[in-house]
Design a protein around this ligand. Structure first.
Ligand SMILES: Nc1ncnc2c1ncn2[C@@H]1O[C@H](COP(=O)(O)OP(=O)(O)OP(=O)(O)O)[C@@H](O)[C@H]1O
Ligand SMILES: [Mg+2]
Length: 337
């Protein structure tokens, strides 16, 4: 569906050049929700803007349904682009136009017949739950409602793909949830492929099927959300996954722990969270686990439990206990010794 092949983007301002994207390749399947996460400046917006050629890649190919957008003439590009809708962090609504007009305007510009514009505006405002607000102006709407208008505007063009650049970053947690629910529904009921970028792990966890991690212009890790979340490989990914206040052990606590043993984090998927594996290792080996922190995260397809423990005991016994856990598909990470 969407294929980025060896995409590089270099910005030059005066004497300075910035390599915003370095040889990025990724493939998004039809009907999938694919998220890219990265810190500020990682190149996320550049990546998504290269996907619809709002930004032209310096090198590489951008294929939508097998058609390389970088090779198209203006007219053809406009046609291919109509398959791609986009939403933004700050909604980008016209403040001087009503909700109805905001959704209708791009349709007028692409010369959709009048009666059909009417039908589509009504249909998509209904889908986003704003049919009552047709005649108000953006200033009279909440942030979440503005984003719903922007989503209706994108959907009204009946795209195959929806690109989202931090669509929930300006919203409070409850409103974020309702917009994420809406995106899930749009994906499921209308079959629209979604490619989103975010700096919030929560957004990835809740709605994405697969995730890519960007760091300094490179895609450093990629995989199903559950794999990346439970077995992060790259240090940057680990930073996201363990960037939880609970998983940083205060020095005062560290000092109080016995010097023999290790502090480890355990990550386990779904049902294995209910197995008494801590009890099992205390019985089998000469180790004493103490729980420092824990929690369960709900992903789109599964739940993931995390525990931070101090495992007291001789090196050899601790090693054996860790092997036992790993054999049970529990991911063990050393946090600090
Ligand atoms: N038009 C531009 N001209 C020059 N440099 C740019 C331009 N757009 C982006 N950059 C640079 O490219 C790099 C990546 O920027 P980008 O906006 O893609 O990051 P981002 O991951 O979206 O960050 P954020 O989370 O802050 O939105 C940054 O160093 C940025 O300064
Ligand atoms: Mg950005």
């Amino acid at each position: 569906m969407i294929e980025l092949m060896n995409v590089t983007k270099t910005f030059t301002t005066g004497k300075k050049t910035v390599e915003a994207l370095k040889d990025v390749s990724l493939r998004i399947k039809k009907g999938e929700i694919y998220g890219v996460i990265g810190f500020s400046g990682a190149g996320k917006s550049t990546l998504i803007r290269c996907t619809n050629l709002l930004e032209r890649p310096t090198e590489g190919e951008v294929l939508i349904d097998g058609v390389d957008l970088t090779k198209l003439k203006k007219g053809q590009l406009r046609k291919e682009r109509s398959k791609i809708g986009m939403i933004f962090q700050h909604f980008n609504l016209l403040s001087t136009a009503t909700v109805y007009e905001n959704v209708a305007r791009p349709l007028k510009l692409s010369k959709v017949p009048k009666h059909e514009i009417n039908e589509r505006v009504e249909k998509y405002l209904k889908i986003v739950g704003l049919e009552e607000k047709q005649h108000v102006y953006p200033a009279q709407l909440s942030g979440g409602q503005k984003q719903r208008v922007a989503i209706a505007r994108a959907l009204a063009q009946e795209p195959e793909v929806l690109l989202s650049d931090e669509a929930t970053s300006a919203l409070d947690p409850n409103t974020t949830s309702s917009i994420l629910e809406l995106l899930l529904r749009v994906n499921k009921e209308l079959g629209i492929t979604i490619f989103l970028i975010t700096h919030e792990l929560d957004v990835i966890q809740r709605i994405c099927d697969r995730v890519g991690v960007m760091h300094q212009g490179e895609l450093v890790e990629e995989g199903s959300v559950i794999d990346v979340f439970t077995k992060p490989q790259h240090p940057q990914t680990k930073d996201f996954v363990f960037d939880d206040a609970n998983f940083k052990v205060p020095d005062s606590i560290k000092k109080g722990l016995s010097a023999t043993g290790r502090i480890i984090s355990l990550t386990f998927i779904g049902s294995s969270s209910s197995e008494p594996f801590l009890a099992a290792i205390t019985k089998k080996y000469e180790v004493v686990p103490s729980i420092l922190a824990g929690g369960i995260d709900q992903l789109k397809a599964n739940s993931v439990g995390k525990l931070l423990i101090h495992l007291q005991g001789d090196t050899a016994e601790v090693e054996k206990a860790i092997s036992y856990l790993e054999e049970r598909e529990i991911t063990v990470e050393e946090v600090a010794s």
